[in-house]
Design a protein around this ligand. Structure first.
Ligand code: PMV
Length: 323
């Protein structure tokens, strides 16, 4: 009753922000992401009747907040497998946890992969994506590699709200340069931020209504490998998400001065002809997406921005890997 799995982080180019059903974790909008080769979670799980409760060791530390979400996710699987045993979960991220680098995406995808295997449950990638969604909305996308689309679905039980692959990583090998501007955990979790935007931002309805057009534009840009078009819609979606956060009450500002300086640097690079665009999630890190020939230049420029403490470079990678 033991298994392990590896899942990679992903970053959304068309963002998810807001839920239509908080209990089932059904997103209010679809999203499109890329799975990152170099950022992963390795998770090992053991179900053991001698344990009295679930435990989670995340990067060597007990994590009570994440443990609650892990237990909720494991309860679903225990019910399906008809077992009651608690589990010991040991997870390791090879990148900073909780700082807006999508650790919940890789973490929950790896968790459901390892847990279903340990329980002897045979689940299709689609079913794994639905299960991962219950842990974290973005985790549903990390089940797949390359370019991935998450669907809101229509069913009230969320059983058609899952991700599907759009294009394999090798079919359009973009690179991502991550400018780390802060290594501590973020101030407002995405769950809290979304709740606040839904309840208080005057722009929330417009965000939901304008989402299908962004998804259409991004999907067609990906299929035709149109980098400029993809960059335009990705930056638009990112700015809309941060506009929602900023116009929530109280306002949420995920950026720091270095984040803004990185935006400036990316725009200056683009003006000089470098194929690059940016995106930013619920944290202060900027992710620059570029064509491979521009990677060194983009990494060097972002490295020199005042306040940038680290620069990570990665290509696109595969989905959930078992064993
Ligand atoms: O999966 P969650 O609940 O951590 O939410 C992710 C939210 C964003 O990263 C900001 C956007 C996205 O689509 O990944």
């Amino acid at each position: 009753m033991q298994a392990r799995a590896r899942a990679r982080a992903n970053i959304a180019l068309v963002k998810y922000w807001g839920k239509s059903d908080a209990a089932l974790n059904i997103p209010a909008v679809g999203s499109i992401s890329i799975t990152l080769d170099g950022l992963w979670s390795d998770t090992e799980i053991e179900f053991d009747s001698k344990l009295t409760h679930d435990s989670l060791l995340l990067d060597g530390k007990e994590d009570a907040t994440q443990l609650r979400r892990v237990t909720t996710c494991l309860d679903l699987l225990r019910r399906e497998a008809d077992v009651e045993m608690p589990a010991r979960v040991v997870s390791h991220n090879n990148f900073p946890t909780g700082a807006g680098l999508a650790s919940s995406a890789s973490g929950f995808a790896a968790l459901v992969g390892a847990a279903t295997a340990a329980l002897g449950l045979e689940r299709s990638p689609t079913e794994l994506s639905i299960l991962a969604r219950r842990g974290s909305g973005s985790a549903a996308r990390s089940v797949f590699g390359g370019f991935v689309e998450m669907h809101v679905g229509e069913a009230s039980d969320g059983n058609d709200s899952y991700a599907t692959p759009l294009l394999a990583a090798d079919d359009w090998p973009l690179h991502v340069v991550i400018a780390v501007t802060e290594t501590g955990a973020k101030a407002t979790s995405s769950t809290k931020g979304m709740q606040s935007s839904e309840a208080t931002s005057p722009f929330y309805r417009a965000w939901v209504e304008s989402s299908p057009a962004d998804l259409d534009a991004a999907r067609s840009a990906i299929v035709s490998h149109d980098f400029d078009k993809l960059g335009e819609v990705a930056e638009h979606s990112c700015m809309k998400l941060h506009a929602l956060a900023m116009t929530s009450r109280p306002p949420i500002l995920y950026w720091n001065p270095a984040t803004l300086a990185c935006i400036d640097a990316v725009r200056a690079l683009r003006r000089s002809g470098v194929p690059v665009f940016f995106t930013i999630d619920a944290g202060p890190q900027l992710k620059a997406v570029c064509l491979p020939e521009a990677t060194d230049r983009v990494a060097a420029e972002l490295h020199d921005v005042s306040g940038v403490v680290d620069v990570l470079v990665t290509g696109l990678g595969p989905g959930l890997e078992m064993g």
